[in-house]
Design a protein around this ligand. Structure first.
Ligand SMILES: Cc1cc2nc3c(=O)[nH]c(=O)nc-3n(C[C@H](O)[C@H](O)[C@H](O)COP(=O)(O)O)c2cc1C
Length: 193
């Protein structure tokens, strides 16, 4: 079974998008789709970026642990709110922190908003940035509009049947992409993977 880490990006007081992260963890675990851990950026409480991990002289244990968890994950789900048409600084902070850990990593994005547009603008910025850093963003997304009406504070979907259906399609694409990246190396003397 693959291991998936969910990055819960919002560190805002009274945050709502974290409920989506908890829901996805419960959904995947309950249906035995993957083993799942949440990397909660509010708990990590990383300082504002000063230098990439690879160039830090004395990285903190939390930074090393976070990097190791990204590296060890077969796939990642990023749950992010939209703030002012983009994604929050807390998420940019950890994207910039790592480099090799992101390379070829299958990543599914779930954008979240309070209003009706489901973070569609944040999605564009985030996809571009992950592409720049050579991550493997999957085409499927899980956009959540009106998050406060869709999830309770324990991570339960209010409209369970519809939400489970959307989550299932999204996770299926992520698992398919992970499987694709696990293919054997190409037989060549010139190129190796
Ligand atoms: C600083 C800030 C800017 C926001 N900008 C947007 C926005 O551009 N578009 C949008 O749909 N929602 C916006 N929202 C509302 C969020 O979608 C809302 O806070 C939602 O609950 C998800 O974020 P959360 O996990 O921090 O609660 C903004 C919220 C904050 C705090």
């Amino acid at each position: 079974m693959y291991h998936i880490s969910i990055i819960s990006s919002s560190i805002r007081t009274g945050r709502k998008s974290h409920n989506v992260a908890v829901y996805l963890q419960k959904y995947m675990t309950k249906n035995k789709l993957a083993t799942v851990g949440i990397l909660d950026l509010k708990s990590y409480n990383f300082p504002i970026f000063e230098e990439r991990l690879q160039f830090q002289e004395k990285p903190t244990a939390a930074t090393l642990e976070f990097a190791e968890k990204i590296k060890a994950s077969d796939g990642i789900i990023i749950v992010t709110p939209e703030y002012n048409g983009g994604f929050p600084a807390s998420l940019k902070n950890v994207i910039d922190l790592l480099y090799a850990e992101w390379e070829h990593k299958p990543i599914g994005i779930s954008t979240v908003s309070e209003g009706g547009y489901a973070g569609s603008q944040a999605l564009i910025f985030l996809q571009f940035m992950l592409w720049k850093i050579k991550a493997f963003t999957i085409p499927a997304t899980l956009p959540i509009a009106k998050v406060q009406e869709e999830f309770d504070d324990l991570g339960n979907a209010i409209h369970k049947e519809e939400t489970d259906k959307l989550a299932s399609a999204f996770i299926k694409e992520l698992l398919w992409s992970i499987k694709l990246t696990k293919k054997e190396s190409y037989p060549s003397d010139v190129i190796s993977f």
